[in-house]
Design a protein around this ligand. Structure first.
Ligand SMILES: Nc1ncnc2c1ncn2[C@@H]1O[C@H](COP(=O)(O)OP(=O)(O)OP(=O)(O)O)[C@@H](O)[C@H]1O
Length: 266
């Protein structure tokens, strides 16, 4: 396989908040078309890393590069999907999906906007709620709306922070497969934070396992399964072996975090 170009690069990145060192000398790259998941204990600094790629904050030391240039701020090339959804409460479902398509960078004519909104409402099972307000939707529906909004503008990069966290198991699995379909059709580069080893393995081409805070790279795991992927993958022995390996790594870091917490308390 020939390597695709590097799109996102962390170069010796460190982040401190006041006296709290959160990210400690982290370097890795995400290549064009790759799906990279980041896993690690809660509070270790995963969202902080995603925020730098989104352009919401700068590293304290080192550089975060997009196509070789330091990231100066947010841009329409990056679609960001957060844990807390990212849905505008003052717009209806349809208006939320169309919102990004009215902005200058991704502007589409009205008929095309309506068609795109219809398509994503159908895909996300929201077509009966086109004129509903977000507050009248369930948490899972709001999360699906946030996904629809991000997919609709077809960004080159998807930056996802626990995008399926609020969904029930069936919807989560349907949304994972839908994401794989969207990626197959549109070929994006993805950075996703997840707490689910199973999800990371099913979706990613590479998994970056982070240590407890101050976070460093514990291990980068290449996922050997070809795309397109199907549910049967979950049952394969190699999938099970990698799942155990990743769980062991993450559990070891949770244990390290607990020991550190104890040491601080003593
Ligand atoms: N703006 C900020 N000011 C001060 N501290 C912050 C700020 N943002 C994050 N932190 C701290 O940095 C640490 C890492 O936070 P971050 O949200 O990146 O972790 P995470 O790995 O994404 O956690 P989780 O998996 O629980 O979502 C936490 O201790 C958090 O309190």
């Amino acid at each position: 396989m020939t390597a695709t170009p590097v799109r996102i690069a962390f170069e010796n990145v460190s982040v401190s908040f006041g006296g709290l060192r959160v990210v400690d000398d982290v370097s890795y790259t995400i290549h064009d078309g790759e799906f990279v998941s980041v896993i690690g204990p809660s509070g270790c600094g995963k969202t902080t890393m995603l925020n730098m790629v989104a352009g919401f904050m700068q590293p304290t030391a080192g550089r975060v590069l997009l196509d070789g240039k330091p990231i100066a701020g947010p841009g329409p090339d990056r679609g960001v999907i957060f844990q807390e959804y990212g849905v505008f409460p003052w717009l209806t479902v349809r208006q939320n999906i169309e919102f990004g398509l009215k902005l200058r960078a991704n502007r589409r004519p009205p008929a095309e906007r309506a068609e795109i909104a219809r398509r994503y409402m159908r895909l996300m099972g929201l077509e009966d709620f086109a004129d509903a307000w977000p507050r009248t939707l369930s948490g899972g529906m709001r999360q699906r709306l946030a996904l629809a909004r991000a997919y609709a503008v077809e960004p080159q990069f998807l930056l996802m922070d626990e995008p399926f966290g609020a969904l029930d198991a069936q919807t989560r699995s349907a949304m994972q497969n839908l994401l794989l379909d969207v990626l197959r059709a549109e070929g994006k580069t993805v950075m996703m934070i997840t707490h689910s080893v199973e999800e990371a393995l099913y979706l990613s081409s590479r998994i970056v396992v982070m240590t407890a805070r101050p976070t460093r790279i514990r291990e980068i795991v290449e996922v050997p399964f070809a795309y397109p992927r199907t549910e049967a993958l979950h049952e394969q022995p190699e999938f099970g072996r990698l799942r155990s390996h990743l769980r062991d790594l993450v559990m070891a870091e949770y244990a390290a975090q607990a020991r550190l917490g104890q040491a601080v308390a003593e």
